[in-house]
Design a protein. Structure first.
Length: 381
């Protein structure tokens, strides 16, 4: 166990490294590549990583010799069990997603100044199509300069291919934690801010489509397309919303009957659908959805306002740019109406859960497991 004064490894992390981590590394499913001369056993670092899956912090911590305090979504800390595991057991740092959080940055600063390493995913959320989510690299460079610790930029290679965010099942395949760049603390203060931002962008940016062109892409599953309706919410053949149904390696539109599948490289194969890459379909629908003013009604399993659970049986629909939520297990005053222009800072969490503010009140809405929450997020862009 790491008994150094700083970066001391919590018992839970130590146990994971000597059980789960050993299993992954022994089977060749997970490995570390370090292109830099940074000594990972000494000193503390600010880790910047692309975000592919919910298990990313676990995978990275499994191969690093010193403990990393991860910045995680504040919603995880609201669950008593998860707060005990993540907050107390793993010493993670909470951040309210979708909004600026000065208290989080101060906590990160205190941790780094105290000798701990800190890890963040600047995208703020996991990628849906394997491509990098938007990042404000100037703001990221400013934060790195303020925090003052040496920076390690990491690509998680194969993490998206192993289990895309939309997928029901994990695939058989390898993940590489690839440390691409070391920026010493002294350099953070010496270079121009724009140059620092450009350097971070150059090494942090990751594309699954580009990566697989130059690497062996072997991620095996009999159900590689199962769940893809969580990404493909709009049919490019008939423009129907929520009509894509998936099973095994195939999917089809329930409205027009167009069919497609994913090949072993996760390219789209179809004589009807016009796209070959996940990103191209996703980019098209993200542009198209902004002209939509309504979504059909769908079931949900949670409405939470601030810390209070209001209902576990809801119906959700969008009409004339107003989000309607009806609580079926409440007899009176059971409908909430939220104009889209009053909804801010929406983020998508696990289990098709939307978290957002409306009139400065925090709401959490969870749809059915097979539903698509992404269309609401992209309508609000």
């Amino acid at each position: 166990m790491d008994n150094s004064k700083h970066g001391k490894m919590p018992l839970l992390i130590w146990l994971a490294k000597h059980t789960y981590s050993l299993f992954l590394r022994a089977g060749g499913k997970l490995r570390l590549e370090n292109d830099t001369k940074a000594d990972l056993k000494k000193g503390n670092y600010l880790y910047l990583l692309n975000h592919a899956g919910i298990m990313d912090p676990v995978l990275v911590s499994s191969v690093l010799p010193r403990h990393v305090r991860w910045v995680a979504g504040a919603y995880l800390f609201k669950n008593k069990f998860l707060n005990m595991v993540i907050g107390h057991g793993c010493t993670a740092i909470p951040k309210q997603q979708g909004v600026g959080d000065l208290s989080t940055i101060k906590t990160m600063k205190a941790a780094l100044d105290g000798g701990d390493s800190v890890g963040i995913f600047p995208e703020g959320t996991r990628t849906w199509d394997g491509e990098m989510m938007p990042v404000n690299f100037i703001a990221l460079a400013k934060m790195a300069r303020y925090l003052g610790a040496s920076v390690l930029i990491v690509n998680l290679e194969g993490a998206y291919a192993q289990q895309p965010r939309w997928a029901d099942f994990k695939r058989k395949g390898n993940v590489v934690v690839h440390i691409k760049r070391h920026i010493p603390a002294s350099k953070l203060r010496e270079v121009e801010l724009e140059s620092l931002a450009a350097e971070i962008e150059q090494y942090l940016s990751f594309s699954n489509d580009e990566w697989k062109k130059h690497h062996t892409y072997s991620y095996v599953s009999d159900s590689r397309a199962k769940g893809i309706q969580r990404l493909f919410y709009l049919c490019p053949c008939c423009n129907e919303i929520d009509s894509i149904k998936s099973d095994g390696s195939g999917f089809e539109c329930s409205k027009c009957g167009a069919k497609g599948s994913l090949d072993e490289l996760d390219n789209i194969v179809s004589d009807k659908f016009p796209f070959k890459r996940l990103k191209d379909w996703h980019d098209w629908e993200a542009g198209k959805i902004r002209s939509v003013t309504g979504f059909p009604e769908e079931k949900g399993v949670l409405l939470q306002i601030e810390d209070k659970i209001v209902s576990k049986d809801i119906n959700v629909h969008l009409k004339d740019n107003v989000l309607f939520i009806r609580c079926n297990d409440i007899a009176e005053n059971n409908e909430y109406r939220m104009p889209l222009d009053q909804i801010t800072s929406m983020v998508l969490n696990a289990k098709q859960t939307m978290e957002f503010f409306c009139s400065d009140v925090l709401y959490r809405v969870r749809l059915m497991p097979d539903a698509c929450s992404l269309k609401y997020k992209e309508l609000l862009k």
